[in-house]
Design a protein around this ligand. Structure first.
Ligand SMILES: [Zn+2]
Length: 558
């Protein structure tokens, strides 16, 4: 699943507990009798230990390790005998990601004195072409929120300085929206930004560089920078306290631009043709994401982080509002620090993403293998299209690209079943967690029939799941409906179902490892999604869309 905010606090420095170490061996409870293509805990375990191995280096989209991970998936679906449905007759659909970073020629000067990049000013990429500003006049726009701020018309063609009282006040989208006809925008208060934010701004950003949608606005935008107090005085030729909104400042010279380098990333797409000549032109899509978040340059102590997050999760689950207070965090730190002195660190720097989304990826592989081996009436009437999306963690890029450029007709996809993080949900992961715990999201947002059908398939199971629908609630702050690949299908009016066993202490940590996965649970979820796919694929009509479709190019609404 995609991170909710851009800055994730990755771990703390805590000690190893005996309990954390005791969890490293996971016994297989049973080895059920099986045909060659049955979905089994053992097969899922074998696959996941390969897919979430350290050698995959966290599978980051835009890195060579995403190519390595997707090569494994493609070799498997080829072995199953599925039809390739990517670019030019292959299993891969290349997704045009680029690494965007500041052009080294970037420079800003006033009266012949250069401002220092990253110290005096920090440029932000507005996401598309920017205007030249060399030789334009600086104008003080006033303080954010004050009624005396200049109008958008007064800013046209100027280099405006916008004063912010603190970084919390800065809403880049709103500022760019108000002064979009300016040549450049400098926002003050750089000193108040947290160092993590500045570090984040300095990293190259991996983005999807696709032909903009027909409806997209392609006009250029102003250059956008944050400035410190010294740069503010240089631009205005005076202190902002001494000038009124609308006052002219100095003349600014220079260029600020970004350069793109292609970054490798690809979806894997494979088809199992349907058995019914009339229905095989329609598809049930089954998906997961093939990428994760890569690795860090600086290793951390695996066991310390897990022990800390374990203690935090217990408190979160026990608290009525799921919030932990600072005194409790302090107490965990004190316990941890004393233990830390006794135990050696096991260093770890790789985000293996066993649950996120190694679990979904291997589950879709097992489902695909099971369907590929199905004969006679077990073969579904409609076709199935399996898509392992790339770049989910970076912004749902692979699913955005696939649904914007589908390799089958978009309208022929009758539903999409998405699995992201489906190997956890134990009692110590979730309130109400256990072997039958499963979260469902979005199942009735476009089609009541799809949601009802999923409930019916579940009731027919020997051991039905207990569904947790709380994260499907309209406006839920966790925004799960908007944070995984299914949404990219839903925005085009394709009914979706998002299956997940939910968040846990190892989410986006180096500790999301295969040893902490519940393989029996993973097999049950996989079998269930297999059954749901069969039901949707064999229905005598396509699932009915009875709810309003969203704007495909608008913002997702939870
Ligand atoms: Zn994730």
């Amino acid at each position: 699943m995609q991170a909710a905010g851009r800055f994730v606090v990755l771990g703390a420095f805590v000690a190893l507990t005996a309990q954390a170490r005791a969890q490293t061996a996971l016994p297989l409870k049973h080895a059920p009798a099986r045909t060659q293509t049955a979905i089994t805990p053992a097969d899922l375990m074998t696959r996941l230990y390969m897919y979430a191995d350290d050698s995959m280096m966290g599978r980051l989209a835009g890195s060579e390790y995403n190519l390595k991970a997707t090569a494994y998936i493609a070799s498997e679906v080829k072995r199953f005998g599925l039809q390739p449905a990517g670019d030019s007759g292959g299993y891969f659909q290349n997704v045009p990601l680029v690494k965007r970073q500041l052009d080294p020629s970037t420079a800003l000067s006033i009266d012949g004195t250069a401002l220092r990049t990253w110290d005096d000013f920090v440029p932000r990429d507005p996401g598309r072409a920017t205007r030249p500003f060399d030789g334009t006049t600086v104008v003080f726009a006033g303080v954010i929120g004050d009624s005396s701020m200049i109008t958008p018309e007064q800013a046209t063609g100027k280099f405006v300085v916008v004063a912010a009282r603190s970084f919390q006040q800065v809403n880049r989208g709103a500022i760019l929206g108000r002064f979009r006809s300016a040549a450049g925008i400098a926002v003050t208060g750089l000193e108040s930004f947290p160092p993590q934010a500045i570090n984040f701004f300095r990293q190259p950003q991996t983005i999807l560089k696709d032909n903009p949608a027909a409806t997209a606005d392609t006009t250029s935008l102003p250059v956008y920078i944050y400035v410190n107090a010294a740069a503010t005085r240089a631009l205005l030729g005076a202190s902002p306290d001494s000038v009124k909104a609308g006052a002219a400042g100095k003349t600014v010279h220079g260029t600020v631009s970004f350069v793109d380098t292609p970054a490798p990333a690809r979806n894997v797409v494979a088809i199992l043709p349907g058995s019914d000549p009339k229905l095989k032109g329609e598809y049930v899509a089954i998906g997961a994401h093939n990428d994760h978040v890569g690795f860090d340059q600086t290793p951390v102590d695996h066991d310390s982080i897990r022990a800390f997050n374990d203690a935090m999760r217990r408190l979160e689950l026990a608290a009525p509002d799921h919030r932990v207070n600072p005194a409790q965090v302090q107490q965990i730190q004190v316990n941890a620090d004393s233990l830390h002195r006794i135990h050696p660190a096991r260093k770890d720097s790789i985000y293996n993403g066993a649950d996120d989304d190694g679990s979904g990826t291997t589950s879709v592989l097992e489902i695909a293998e099971a369907f590929a081996g199905a004969r006679g009436s077990a073969r579904p009437k409609r076709s199935l299209i399996f898509v392992w999306h790339t770049g989910e963690e970076l912004g749902l890029f692979g699913s955005q690209y696939f649904t914007d450029h589908p390799t089958v007709t978009r309208d022929s996809i009758v539903a999409q079943l998405n699995m992201d993080m489906v190997g956890r949900g134990r009692a110590d992961d979730e309130n109400g967690g256990g072997p039958g715990y499963l979260q469902l999201i979005g199942t009735r947002r476009l089609s009541t029939e799809l949601g009802d059908m999923i409930d019916t398939v579940n009731k027919a199971r020997k051991q039905p799941f207990t569904f947790d629908y709380q994260f499907d609630a309209t406006g839920h702050p966790e925004q799960y409906y908007c944070r995984s690949d299914h949404y990219m299908y839903a925005r085009y009016g394709i009914p979706i179902a998002f299956f997940t066993t939910g968040n846990h202490r190892d989410y986006h940590q180096v500790t999301d490892e295969p040893e902490y996965i519940d393989y029996d649970k993973l097999a049950h979820v996989s079998q269930f999604v297999y059954d749901v796919a069969t039901k949707v694929a064999n229905l005598d009509h396509r699932v009915v869309v009875d709810k309003p479709k969203p704007d495909p190019h608008g913002n997702c609404v939870q």
